[in-house]
Design a protein around this ligand. Structure first.
Ligand code: PHE
Length: 426
């Protein structure tokens, strides 16, 4: 449940609907599902098995795996880069968390009622331009995350996710019912499932692949860190399939909810990041029960964001706790402070937000995932992988192994090459 909490986050409810909107709907959804199958799931399984095999934080888990396989200790770099990427992602993730918390208050106070699109754009730009509100809610968001992680894996993370995840599912169902009754549900269904391949471009492929990794939280050690605490008997394959299933289901339901409300108000789906912060609140503001349901919606997003934020802390906290005398509480406070400073930079300095997002999501996560696929596919002793995936039969294991060794690295390399090609001035 903790790993599902990590996977289900802003990526599902904020990013997924808007990138589907920007890339024309159904065809992009199909492409995304393909990327989940070829890259997301195989790497999710590989990363989990490294964690469960290592029974420690990502740096030490990688150290153990490289010793077991007699390969260079440099492979621990995967763990170090992951822990750093976690703090970087948390820095801007928490700023978006801040917008969400602010929106919960604004929704509950009825500020979105009857707003025109110009007024709604003004509300959002005022929030992004003004520093004090962002600073306040960024600090509150991180404080929640730090409190949960500092309380420990069972008493903190475990207890938090076992209340938050059922709540998230319930809220999403309520909103699905609302959008079915009040929204243009069939138009949303058509948009999300009707495939028009002419709308896809090279950039769509890159976005689908990058998002497949981001949404499953793979490539930066969060899943490895959680894998370390997995019960010995739990099946890695079954757990990974459940995570992928829930993550995908929640993304699709979120997209249906968002688009039915957006369409019901005659708004455009392809508006980019503003979809959830401008169009959606405006849609709620013109619908019956809008104050209540808009508030519930932003509470839902807040829960999803918080259960992901705690997993961004775990790799570096677990490492610091083990290697210094500061203890788990001290370690969480130190890492939390670093992420707080990172968020401060995002709030006060132009472009830092975009740079951090770009470097972490488009470079560090894919690089981490690529190295994990190469390490588990080509360097780790096959026996280690085989033992960890003990419940797979001969064909199942070899299918996973072949995909991880060949198709996953090829897919990820393609993103890099395309990304560089695209950045060159021709
Ligand atoms: N998977 C999270 C989301 O979809 C983001 C995340 C990435 C969380 C990497 C942890 C690690 O929002």
């Amino acid at each position: 449940m903790a790993a599902t909490g990590s996977a289900v986050g802003l990526g599902n409810i904020w990013k997924f609907p808007y990138i589907v909107g920007e890339n024309g709907g159904g065809a992009f959804v199909l492409l995304y599902l393909l990327c989940i199958a070829v890259v997301g799931l195989p790497v999710l399984m590989a990363e989990t098995l490294l964690g469960k095999n290592g029974r420690s934080n990502p740096v030490d888990a990688m150290l153990k795996a490289s010793r077991q396989s007699d390969v260079s200790r440099l492979w621990t770099g995967i763990g170090i880069m992951g822990a750093l990427a976690g703090v970087m992602i948390l820095s801007f993730y928490s700023v978006v968390g801040a917008w969400i918390l602010n929106y919960i208050m604004q929704a509950a106070e009825g500020h979105f009622t009857g707003k025109s699109s110009v007024e709604m754009v003004a509300i959002f730009s005022q929030l992004r331009g003004g520093q004090s509100q962002q600073l306040l809610w960024h600090s509150v968001f991180l404080l929640f995350a730090v409190a949960i992680v500092a309380a420990g894996i069972i008493r903190g993370v475990g207890r938090a996710v076992s209340t938050m995840m059922p709540m998230l599912a319930l809220l999403l169902l309520v909103l699905l019912g609302y959008s079915y009754i009040e929204g243009e549900f069939s138009q949303a269904l058509r948009f999300v499932f009707a495939a028009d391949f002419s709308k896809l471009s090279g950039t769509s492929v890159m976005m689908a692949l990058g998002h497949a990794m981001f949404t499953l939280s793979v490539g930066m050690g969060a899943i490895m860190a959680y894998g370390a605490y997995m019960p010995e008997k739990a099946s890695i394959t079954k757990t990974s399939l459940i995570i992928v299933l829930f993550d995908t289901l929640i993304s699709i339901v979120a997209a249906l909810v968002v688009f039915s409300l957006v369409f019901a108000n005659g708004l455009e789906p392809g508006q980019g990041p503003g979809l959830m912060f401008v169009s959606l609140p405006m849609a709620f503001g013109h619908m019956p029960g809008g104050v209540l349901f808009a508030t519930l919606f932003f509470v839902l997003v807040g829960i999803a964001a918080l259960s992901s934020a705690i997993s961004l802390l775990e790799p570096s906290v677990a490492w610091l706790d083990k290697h210094t005398p500061v203890g788990r509480v001290g370690a969480t406070c130190i890492i939390g402070l670093l992420a707080w400073l990172g968020g401060l930079a995002c709030i006060y300095i132009d472009n830092v937000f975009d740079y951090l997002d770009f470097i972490a999501s488009n470079i560090m996560l894919p690089l981490g995932a690529l190295l994990i696929a190469i390490f588990v596919g080509w360097k780790l002793k096959r026996k280690v992988a085989k033992t960890q995936l003990g419940d797979l039969n001969y064909y199942q294991f070899n299918l996973w192994y072949a995909v991880l060794r060949v198709f996953t690295p090829m897919g990820i390399l393609a993103i890099f090459i395309y990304g560089i090609w695209d950045a060159l001035p021709w």
